[in-house]
Design a protein around this ligand. Structure first.
Ligand code: SF4
Length: 377
C-alpha cells in the first residue's frame, strides 16, 4: 500500500548550470517526490537522494501549480527554456490519474509558453495531449518513453507498476498520430547487461520503436550500480528466476559504478549500427529560441551532437563538449562575437573548433544581413 503525503515545498523550478545535452533541458521540476512505479534498478534508492522509502511514500507537492505560476510572473529575467519534469520520479505515476496534479502544472507551463521534454514509463501522458499539443504549437514539446526491453515478463519484474512496453509503444503511436507537432521517441535507458543487451532485444526495441513512429531513440549502455541501489537490485535478482545474471554482472562491474569502457563501446557499436539500419536518429532535435541565443543554441547543438557521434566511434573530444556547453551561457549572440573576430576569446574555442564552426556562422551572418532580422529563419 502506497502512502500519499501532501506537503508544501518552497521551490518549484531548478535551473541547471548547463543544459542537458541529451534532453536539452535547462530547468527541472518535480511534481512528486517518490515514485510508485518502483523499478527495481531505480537510482533513487542510492544514498545520495536521501529518500527513505521512495516507492511506498509518495509526496504530492501541494499548491505547486500556483507557486509555479507566481515564479513565472515574478521572475522578469527568467528566459524560456526547456523544462524536464521528473528527476527520480515519474510525473505520470498511478496517483496522477486520480488527482491530475501534473496536468495542472503543465497547464501553467503552457500558459507561460515554456518548452518541455517529458520522460515517462506511463501511457497516461496521452490524457494530456490537449495541453501538450498547445505547448508544441507555441514552443516545443518532446515526449520520450523509457523502454529498455520488449519482453513483457522481464519488464514486469524490473518495472512492476508502470505501463507495459506494449502499452508504451501504443501510446507512442497515438501521439504520433494525434499530435504530429510533438517530437516523440524512445529513451532506451538503461540497457541492463545480461538481461537486455542481447542482439535480439537491442533490435526489437529499435525496430518496434521505429514501427511505432519514433522520431528518435536515445540509448545508453549499462546501468549505474551505486551503493544501496546496487545492493537492492542484486538482492532482487538473487530471489528471482534471473538469479543466473548476478555472477556475470558482478564480474563485469568489479565493484565499480559503471561497466568497463570496452563493454560500453561494444554496445554503442551495435546500437549505432541498428539505428543506421532502421534509419532512426540517436539525438533529440533541440528547441531553438528566437532571441539572441538562437545561433548560440544552434552551434552548441552542432558541437555537442558531433562530440557525441565521435564518442560513439571511439574518439573522445572533451574540448568540443565544453565549448558546446559554455556557449549556452554566452550573454550575446555568437554572430556578433564572430563579426568582431573574437571567437578565440570564447571558452574552449580552439583553432580546430573555430575552423569547424566558421562555415555555419558564415551562413548565419549571411541570413542575418539578408533580412536584417534572422528570427524567422
Ligand atoms: S519510473 Fe523512473 S523514477 Fe520511477 S521508479 Fe522507475 S526508474 Fe525510478
Amino acid at each position: 500500500m502506497v502512502k500519499y503525503i501532501y506537503k508544501e515545498f518552497k521551490t518549484t523550478l531548478n535551473k541547471l548550470k548547463y543544459p542537458d545535452s541529451w534532453f536539452w533541458s535547462r530547468y527541472t521540476l518535480n511534481t512528486y517526490s517518490g515514485c510508485e512505479h518502483a523499478c527495481i534498478y531505480c537510482d533513487a534508492r542510492s544514498q545520495r537522494y536521501y529518500l527513505e522509502d521512495f516507492e511506498n511514500e509518495v509526496i504530492i507537492k501541494t499548491n505547486f501549480d500556483k507557486k509555479l505560476d507566481q515564479r513565472f510572473k515574478r521572475a522578469r529575467t527568467l528566459l524560456p527554456d526547456v523544462i524536464a519534469p521528473g528527476g527520480v520520479n515519474d510525473a505520470y505515476q498511478p496517483i496522477e490519474k486520480k488527482i491530475e496534479h501534473t496536468r495542472k502544472v503543465f497547464q501553467v507551463i503552457a500558459k507561460h509558453k515554456f518548452p518541455i521534454n517529458i520522460a515517462t514509463k506511463s501511457k497516461l501522458v496521452t490524457r494530456d495531449l490537449d495541453i501538450l499539443k498547445k505547448i508544441a504549437a507555441d514552443t516545443w514539446c518532446t515526449i520520450g518513453f523509457s523502454i529498455s526491453t520488449t519482453n513483457e515478463e522481464l519488464a514486469k519484474f524490473l518495472e512492476p507498476h508502470s505501463s507495459s512496453p506494449f502499452e508504451r509503444l501504443e501510446a507512442l503511436k497515438i501521439i504520433k498520430k494525434k499530435a504530429p507537432n510533438i517530437q516523440v521517441g524512445t529513451y532506451f535507458i538503461p540497457i541492463i547487461p545480461f538481461l537486455e543487451d542481447d542482439d535480439e532485444n537491442l533490435e526489437a526495441v529499435i525496430k518496434k520503436s521505429k514501427d511505432a513512429g519514433a522520431d528518435f531513440i536515445l540509448f545508453s549502455p549499462g546501468l549505474t550500480m551505486r551503493d544501496s541501489q546496487a545492493q537492492y537490485f542484486i538482492n532482487k535478482l538473487k530471489r528471482s528466476k534471473y538469479d543466473y545474471v548476478v555472477k556475470p554482472l558482478l564480474n563485469l562491474y568489479k565493484g565499480q559504478m559503471h561497466p568497463p569502457t570496452d563493454y560500453n563501446s561494444s554496445i554503442h557499436a551495435k546500437v549505432w549500427n541498428l539505428s543506421e539500419k532502421y534509419d532512426v536518429k540517436v539525438r533529440v532535435k533541440r528547441w531553438i529560441p528566437s532571441d539572441y541565443r538562437k545561433w548560440n543554441y544552434k552551434i552548441s547543438e552542432l558541437l555537442l551532437n558531433t562530440e557525441y557521434i565521435e564518442m560513439l566511434k571511439g574518439y573522445a573530444n572533451k574540448t568540443m563538449m565544453w565549448a558546446g556547453l559554455h556557449l549556452n551561457n554566452l550573454e550575446e549572440s555568437i554572430l556578433d562575437v564572430y563579426e568582431r573576430g573574437e571567437l578565440s576569446k570564447l571558452r574552449n574555442f580552439t583553432k580546430n573548433i573555430i575552423e569547424f564552426v566558421t562555415p555555419h556562422l558564415e551562413k548565419g551572418k549571411a541570413l542575418k544581413h539578408k533580412t536584417g532580422l534572422d528570427k524567422f529563419l
